[in-house]
Write a protein that binds this ligand. Structure first.
Ligand code: MN
Ligand code: MN
Length: 466
């Protein structure tokens, strides 16, 4: 008996145990998490594209006293600033009271999500219907986008330089859009194809109309009517699509999932489920003695390229500008900075257990996930955070009572993925991936757990304040 007891005590002392947030937290803490999730759901609905996420994030930041920053501006300790990069990526920072050379605490999430972008000459008519041609953005499973209600978001820049904002399909009274799928009655051949081939990219055409222009039955009269309506509403002509960024996303609002309302189903959890807690942490923790920065990057889903992606020199420019303004050496600032690359990970899914390695895969509702390395085929393309940095972060999170778990993306040979981590780490900044586990990542409707979201928020706060 004594031996059994001591074995139990010893295993409690020696074993690493991964437990659900529900086992570790009391009812009041769970209520707080569910409460926090309401703000997140509102953010999701307001921010389906990177442009909308920038706008909504600025709105929240301004309400907390953040002011716009322009390159060359002087900054002061205690100041709260945001830099709006072309309306598509956002840098928020608060200047701490300690020396900038102690480093910046950086949280970097992305606000773009997989979707369908309109081509530059998108509009055509065929056999009684008008359509938009699309080119998908990011990694999607194409079969998931057919036969489901879709919304259109984006901007059209006219030749005179004016910009038209488009958002159709989000209000109850709005029409929605659609991609045709094959009926099962005629699907015998198509059903034999692999999932990745059954719906090729050039079939992802958006159904946008079927009524001809009044009194005209001519060729292209439906296309004409579509353009007529667009001209009436937005004052555009067909060539204005040439300078537009229009994006098709699911016409779906964030919804609680489950009888217990413990989960949220929504479009774009990847990566707003990390962007929102990183943003709310910098808003809450602005009084930290450290200088804090929250990066909400664009273009992660296509490789972080371009002037709004994480590879843009703007990130270095901002650190240089802060350093000049505060009399610091930017190389020292970077060497002492710490970064959380805030991105999602794949939650273990018992329905697809064969692609996960259970001992090292994050579990739903077991807390925020710390991912030491990403990449594929032998860690190719990974940041692979140092044991020293993880050791420090582990202490920070545990001292703050954050429930966290280590995680890896699926089985070694099954695939893989990357994040913005390596683009920050290559500037000599300690960086590790931290984020929320997601079910059905990159699907039009992804699922996350409210308690994981809240632990992510608490992790970002602990990081800002430690
Ligand atoms: Mn992501
Ligand atoms: Mn992604």
């Amino acid at each position: 008996m004594k031996e059994n007891n001591s074995a139990k005590e010893l295993s409690e002392k020696l074993f690493y145990s991964k437990k659900s947030v529900y086992q570790r937290k009391d009812a009041a803490a769970i209520d707080a998490a569910y409460d926090y999730a309401k703000g997140y759901a509102a953010y999701l609905d307001a921010a389906k594209t990177e442009r909308e996420a920038v706008r909504e994030s600025i709105r929240l930041a301004v309400s907390r006293g953040f002011i716009p920053y322009t390159l060359g501006d002087k900054v002061v300790p205690g100041g709260k600033y945001y830099y709006n990069n072309r309306g598509k990526s956002l840098y928020l920072f608060t200047v701490g009271t300690e020396s900038l050379e102690n480093g910046i605490r950086i949280s970097a999430a992305h606000i773009d999500s997989p979707r369908l972008d309109l081509k530059q000459c998108p509009l055509y008519e065929e056999d009684g219907m008008s359509f938009f041609k699309t080119h998908y953005y990011g990694g999607i499973r194409k079969y998931q986008w057919v036969a489901t209600p879709l919304a259109l978001h984006g901007v059209i820049v006219k030749k005179d330089g004016s910009t038209v904002e488009v958002s159709v399909g989000e209000q109850e009274s709005d029409p929605v859009f659609y991609i045709n799928d094959l009926l099962p009655h005629l699907g015998a051949e198509s059903s034999k194809k692999p999932l990745g081939e059954a719906i090729p990219g050039e079939k992802l055409n958006i159904l946008i109309g079927s009524r001809p222009f009044e009194g005209s039955g001519d060729k292209d009269s439906i296309k004409l009517n579509t353009l007529f309506l667009l001209h009436e509403k937005y004052g555009i002509t067909e060539d204005d699509f040439l300078s537009a960024e229009l994006t098709v996303v699911p016409a779906l609002k964030a919804r609680d999932v489950g009888f217990d309302r413990s989960l949220i189903g929504a479009y774009g959890h990847d990566d707003r489920v990390c962007a929102y807690p990183a943003l709310s942490a910098i808003l809450e923790c602005a009084a930290s003695t450290h200088t804090l920065m929250c990066v909400l990057a664009d273009k992660e889903e296509t490789g972080s390229d371009g002037n709004t992606g994480m590879k843009s020199d703007l990130f270095l420019d901002l650190i240089n500008e802060l350093s000049v303004s505060l009399g610091a050496d930017p190389a020292v600032v970077r060497a002492n900075s710490k970064c959380l690359s805030a991105d999602v990970s794949a939650a273990f899914d018992p329905n697809f257990a064969d692609v996960f390695e259970k001992r090292n895969t994050p579990l739903l509702s077991a807390g925020v996930v710390l991912t030491k390395f990403t990449g594929s085929r032998g860690k190719s393309g990974t940041n692979d955070a140092s044991a020293e940095y993880i050791g420090w972060l582990r202490r920070v999170m545990e001292d703050a009572g954050v429930v966290w778990q280590a995680g890896e993306l699926g089985k070694v040979d099954c695939g893989g993925g990357g994040t913005v981590a390596k683009f920050l780490a290559e500037h000599n900044i300690e960086t590790v991936d931290l984020g929320v586990p997601v079910i059905s990542m990159h699907a039009p409707c992804e699922v996350i757990s409210k308690v994981d979201l809240f632990e992510a928020y608490r992790a970002f706060c602990a990081f800002c304040l430690a």
